[in-house]
Design a protein around this ligand. Structure first.
Ligand code: HEM
Ligand code: MTE
Length: 415
């Protein structure tokens, strides 16, 4: 067998461009793939992402590389071995905080892989009124927490330092199961249309950051009453704060709040859900328990719920959410404005002359019913005489939220 020179990881890291030569490692071997960069079926930009480092974390995401012919191809480019001190801890996903994320449906359009943010293709969204769990849009800020259902406890803080600690089976057995069909929409839905006017911060959602499910669980109202929380909406601005089990590097959990009045309202039907479309809540959507707040921005529906507490308005909840963060001065987003979008035909489609069926969705924003959807000059979902703005310009904002202008789909008419 040929003898190969030994290199340290630091030496490999100096080869990141075609000019310096492009080196990568796989296992304990070093490869110079400069001449393959332009030939790469996945494109030169993709392969250059791994330049100077290990292939494993990238190939873990692109399973096409798990075929024998890919490894055979790589062998032709071998130039060395890693030096023993660097070869010892094999590179891999062991330290990747996202390594424990669940598998996902390949049809989802991914806006960010880590954390996972993805939306269903528009055509699938209007295929059925309830979005199948596997295709329901996913908005994660952090890795998906791994929760052992047997040891899960939900902490519900009551007045005077009292607190309730509920196991999953207590939550299921002590409180009647209530079911609600509710749509979740992210405040950043259709943000990509805003960035076309001027760049905005945030994930480039197309029209799919919205989905509908039938949720089953305990009413938040029942649980709060059991914890001794009474209706003291008279004295000040009380909120109910939710915290998730997903924490950022500083240990701050994802959190959000809703007014106590809504939390206690029987009509608002706020749920501590453990079922989604008749099945156990999937990991991406908050297993084992999430909040579902019908009719308001999706950010309030905290997943992987670990605690519920009351705060007066000055006690801000921790939050890592750019879409809904409490900036102090501005009131946090709760209800969203009237929204609609066209799912078929798709932009750029060639359509026959004559009559055309157009599909789409409409949403009232406040948990109210859509009265009608009008076309022509007043295109859009319409409820209680609220209409959508005709252009993005006047509603443009730096955070790229509440993007609800008329959705325009340019098509080519064929004869
Ligand atoms: C596809 C080799 C690095 C992303 C492929 C295929 C080969 C290949 C042979 C075609 C596989 C098939 O369809 O049978 C390599 C080699 C690499 C490398 C030798 C490093 C030396 C990367 C990296 C990424 C990447 C770092 C991503 C960051 C992709 C993608 C495809 C692909 C997305 C699928 C393209 C498509 O079919 O649309 N690669 N790859 N590759 N590779 Fe790589
Ligand atoms: N809850 C936790 N714990 N962590 C999160 O990242 N994202 C929020 C909300 N609840 C989030 C969360 C946001 S911004 C939205 S829009 C909804 O969850 C999305 O819910 P889904 O991923 O089930 O569609």
């Amino acid at each position: 067998a040929p003898q190969f020179p030994r290199y340290t990881r630091a030496e490999v890291a100096q080869h990141r461009t075609p000019k310096e030569r492009v080196w990568v490692t796989y296992g304990t071997e070093v490869f110079d793939v400069t001449d393959f960069v332009e030939l790469h079926p996945g494109g030169p930009d993709k392969i250059l992402l791994a330049a100077g480092g290990a292939l494993e974390p990238f190939w873990a995401l692109y399973a096409v590389h798990g075929q024998p012919h890919v490894l055979e191809l790589l062998r032709d480019y071998k130039v060395g071995e890693l030096s023993p001190e660097d070869a010892a801890p094999p590179p891999g996903d062991t330290e990747d905080p996202f390594a424990g994320d669940p598998p996902r449906h390949p049809a989802l359009r991914v806006n960010s892989l880590k954390p996972f943010n993805a939306e269903p293709p528009p055509e699938l969204l209007t295929q059925s009124f309830l979005t199948p769990n596997e295709l329901f849009f996913t908005r994660n800020h952090l890795p998906v927490p791994a929760v052992e259902p047997g040891s899960y406890r939900l902490r519900v803080e009551g007045p005077g330092g009292r607190a309730l600690s509920l196991s999953l089976s207590e939550l299921r057995q002590r409180f009647p199961k209530h079911e609600v069909t509710a749509t979740l929409q992210c405040a950043g839905n259709r943000r990509s249309e805003m960035s076309r006017v001027r760049p905005v911060k945030g994930l480039p959602w197309d029209i799919g950051a919205i989905s509908t499910a039938r949720w089953g669980g305990a009413r938040l109202r029942d649980v709060l009453l059991a914890a001794g929380v009474g209706d003291h909406t008279g004295d000040g601005e009380w909120h109910v704060c939710f915290e998730g089990l997903d924490t950022d590097a500083s240990g701050t959990p994802y959190g959000a709040s809703i007014p106590l009045k809504r939390a206690l309202s029987a009509e608002a039907e706020v749920l501590l859900a453990y079922e989604m479309n008749g099945r156990e809540l999937p990991r991406d959507h908050g297993f084992p328990v999430r909040v579902v707040v019908p009719g308001v921005v999706g950010a309030r529906s905290v997943k992987w719920l670990r605690s519920v507490a009351q705060k007066d308005y000055k006690g801000f909840c921790p939050s890592v959410d750019w879409d809904s963060v409490d900036f102090g001065a501005a009131p946090a987003i709760q209800e969203l404005p009237v929204q609609s979008a066209i799912t078929e035909p798709r932009p750029g489609a060639a359509v026959p002359a004559g009559e055309l069926t157009v599909k789409g969705y409409a949403w009232s924003g406040g948990g109210r019913e859509v009265i009608r959807v009008s076309g022509g000059r007043r295109w859009g979902g319409e409820m209680r005489y609220n209409v959508q703005p005709d252009t993005v310009g006047p509603i443009w904002n730096l955070r790229g939220v509440l993007s609800n202008a008329w959705h325009r789909v340019p098509v080519t008419v064929t004869r």
